[in-house]
Design a protein around this ligand. Structure first.
Ligand SMILES: Nc1ncnc2c1ncn2[C@@H]1O[C@H](COP(=O)(O)OP(=O)(O)OP(=O)(O)O)[C@@H](O)[C@H]1O
Ligand SMILES: [Mg+2]
Length: 303
């Protein structure tokens, strides 16, 4: 089983101001490394209380990303006092600065509207602009990607991974670059982070159960890439269609590399992860397995 870390006594470094939900940077007392504590969202109504399982999505998503060779934040399941959630290890090396995609695109485009301004068409947040904005950046430090991969080659991997795990949340503050101190190092793409909305984490278990009755294909096909630029008058492209577009923008060797990493996912890979999550019900684990395997097929057929 994956361990659940008790971080109740870890000291507070600061609150994270980016993002919709309350989150805290905490220091691991053993080595002073900074981890972002993200509590699961809890909903209360007359019928009672229920909790979304973003921690499952972050942990299974993070482990699956690593298995696919996607550089990403290390995630551990965690508890802080009476709150359940996860911790995400700071991607940014000491002395470096993380800048979100919103900041990067603002530097590239004169009239860029950051995603948090709420324009549903997401003008400017397109693969073409991201490719241009990442020109000159290297892959994340220590990334296990083939030599010669540049930042956009790795970003394409994130988009392919999102299609596999049904992550519709790759907005401009859910990817970032990292700038080094003035020591001559090269600025890089940051590893992938925030997979909290992947794998149906916002669905209640009864809904997952109902979806499993008829197979999850229809649900997977509704996975739209609404966080990327699109015409709101037209049908929004799916995550698989955007992954296909992204894979057409890179060299054949890069495309083959990511498609191979998708082909390599087996049911055993996914079960090997879900079976290690404490308290995961059969309904949730079956749902996650079917979503990943269905999307794996959709990516291989559609890209
Ligand atoms: N592992 C990490 N290393 C460095 N910075 C991180 C890491 N995880 C998150 N961040 C920073 O914290 C911000 C908020 O975190 P995150 O995106 O995980 O939270 P969120 O509240 O779920 O966001 P959203 O509004 O997208 O739902 C990110 O935009 C990023 O700037
Ligand atoms: Mg986020």
């Amino acid at each position: 089983m994956f361990e659940t870390w008790d971080v109740s006594r870890w000291s507070l470094i600061r609150q994270e101001t980016i993002g919709a939900d309350e989150k805290y940077w905490l220091a691991d007392p053993n080595d002073r490394q900074a981890w972002l504590f993200k509590a699961n969202n809890t909903h209360r109504n007359a019928a009672g209380e229920w909790s979304q399982r973003e921690d499952f999505a972050e942990k299974v998503g993070g482990e699956l990303a690593s298995a696919m060779g996607i550089p990403c934040a290390r995630i551990e399941l965690a508890r802080r006092d009476d709150e359940s959630g996860c911790v995400s290890l700071n991607l940014c090396p000491e002395g470096w600065e993380l800048q979100t995609g919103a900041v990067v695109l603002d530097g590239l485009l004169e009239d860029y509207e950051p995603g948090y301004m709420g324009n549903k068409a997401r003008p400017g947040h397109s693969l073409e602009n991201i490719c241009q904005a990442l020109d000159g950046y290297g892959p994340p430090p220590g990334a296990a990607v083939p030599a010669g991969f540049e930042a956009f080659d790795v970003f394409v991997g994130y988009v392919v991974f999102d299609a596999v795990v049904a992550n519709r949340d790759r907005h401009d503050e859910n990817w970032a670059v990292m700038r080094p101190p003035p020591d001559g190092s090269r600025a890089t793409l940051a590893g992938s982070f925030d997979h909290a909305r992947a794998l149906g984490s916002t669905l209640r278990e009864a809904k997952m159960s109902a979806l499993l009755q008829g197979g999850v294909s229809n649900w997977c096909e509704k996975g739209t890439a609404w966080r990327f630029e699109h015409d709101p008058e037209l049908t929004c492209p799916t995550l698989v269609q955007v992954a296909s577009s992204a894979l057409r923008m890179v060299a054949p060797a890069v495309r083959e590399y990511w498609l191979e990493s998708v082909a390599d996912i087996t049911e055993a890979t996914v079960v090997g992860l879900t079976s290690r999550i404490p308290d995961m019900s059969v309904v949730v684990s079956t749902f996650i397995e079917q979503v990943v395997m269905t999307n794996r097929r959709r990516v291989l057929d559609g890209c």
